[in-house]
Each structure stands twice: as structure tokens, then as C-alpha cells.
Design a protein around this ligand. Structure first.
Ligand SMILES: [Zn+2]
Length: 181
């Protein structure tokens, strides 16, 4: 699918397989399928490839923001990272104290409905998407359907550039690539 060299030893002898990843974005609520897993035959290094990484993040955020239950702490932190906001910045936008936002993110208290709705609206605005009219009444993804399955292959593109290893929630340190800028 793509001509890639090993990022460690630069060998072109790279074998590609497809894997599934629960918690693939550091989120229990999202399961990734068709994630290309590349293994170097020379040095043995293995790494996951995320084509269209930014699009993947955007899609994950949009799916989360259509859940008919409030975002949990992990999801709030994920959305905040996707919006490139610090805790201080997002707390300011939501009109709450940083400590309050921090408590939501670590799961010590539940985000109140108005802040939950505002965060979703901010996310849709950030990605230039119209907020779904059904956001508050009939979301497409019900919490009981979790985890949401996201097919990485549908985001597949043709050219790749390397990005630095990315971390979300301190749990995911795969090699990350992107073809969407
Ligand atoms: Zn190698």
C-alpha cells in the first residue's frame, strides 16, 4: 500500500499486516480496525502506521461528540488535546476553574450537561463542521454501543510524511504518519 522504510534502520524490507487496536487512541470508547502494522525484517522493529492521522483524530472527536451520554474524563481530555488547548485555556472557554476541569478529566466528578454541550459545540466549530441538529436530542451513537469502531483504512491516502511519535493520555506511543497536512 505504500513504500515505507523502517524509521529505525531505514531498511526497505518492511512487512505490513492489519491489526485491531482497542484503546488505540488512548480511549477505551474507540476501537480501531485495519490499522497497518509494519514490521522491519532487518532490525525487528514494529510500528503502527496511522494514515491520515489528523483526519482520524477529527473523526474520533466527531463520533464522541455525538454520543448520547456525557463525555467521560478520558474523552474530555482527548477532545481538549484535539483542540490544541491547555487545561487553563479550555477551562477559560467553558467558564470554569482549571481545578474543576482537571477533576472532570481524571474522573473525580462528572461534567455538567451545559459544559458538556459547550465542549461539543467548540469541537464542531474547531473542525469547521456544522453542529448536528440532533446533537442534543437523537445522537447517532449510543453509549451502550461502545466501543465505537473506527476503520482506519477508510482514511487511507496515497502519500505519507513522518511525524514525531505522538502520545495521547500517555498510553500510545506509536510511530505516527499523516497524509493530510
Ligand atoms: Zn529496521
Amino acid at each position: 500500500m505504500s513504500a515505507l522504510n523502517c524509521p529505525v534502520c531505514n531498511s526497505a524490507e518492511v512487512e505490513i499486516s492489519r491489526v485491531e487496536r482497542d484503546n488505540g487512541l488512548g480511549l477505551e470508547s474507540i476501537r480501531l480496525v485495519n490499522v497497518p502494522f509494519l514490521e522491519c525484517r532487518r532490525c525487528g522493529e514494529g510500528f503502527e502506521e496511522f494514515p491520515a492521522y489528523r483526519r482520524l483524530i477529527r473523526q474520533a472527536v466527531e463520533l464522541l461528540c455525538q454520543l448520547d451520554a456525557r463525555l467521560n474524563g478520558q474523552e474530555i481530555a482527548f477532545v481538549r488535546h484535539a483542540l490544541n488547548r491547555s487545561q487553563q485555556e479550555l477551562a477559560g472557554l467553558l467558564g470554569v476553574h482549571t481545578v474543576t476541569l482537571s477533576r472532570w478529566e481524571i474522573g473525580h466528578s462528572e461534567v455538567p450537561a451545559p459544559a458538556d454541550r459547550l465542549l461539543r459545540a467548540l469541537a464542531f466549530e474547531h473542525f469547521g463542521r456544522k453542529r448536528p441538529a440532533e446533537l442534543s436530542t437523537a445522537p447517532q451513537h449510543r453509549r451502550r454501543q461502545r466501543p465505537i469502531t473506527l476503520d482506519v483504512e477508510q482514511l487511507h491516502g496515497e502519500t505519507y510524511t513522518y511525524e514525531t511519535p505522538h502520545t495521547f493520555g500517555g498510553t500510545n506511543h506509536a510511530w505516527v504518519m499523516s497524509n493530510d497536512g
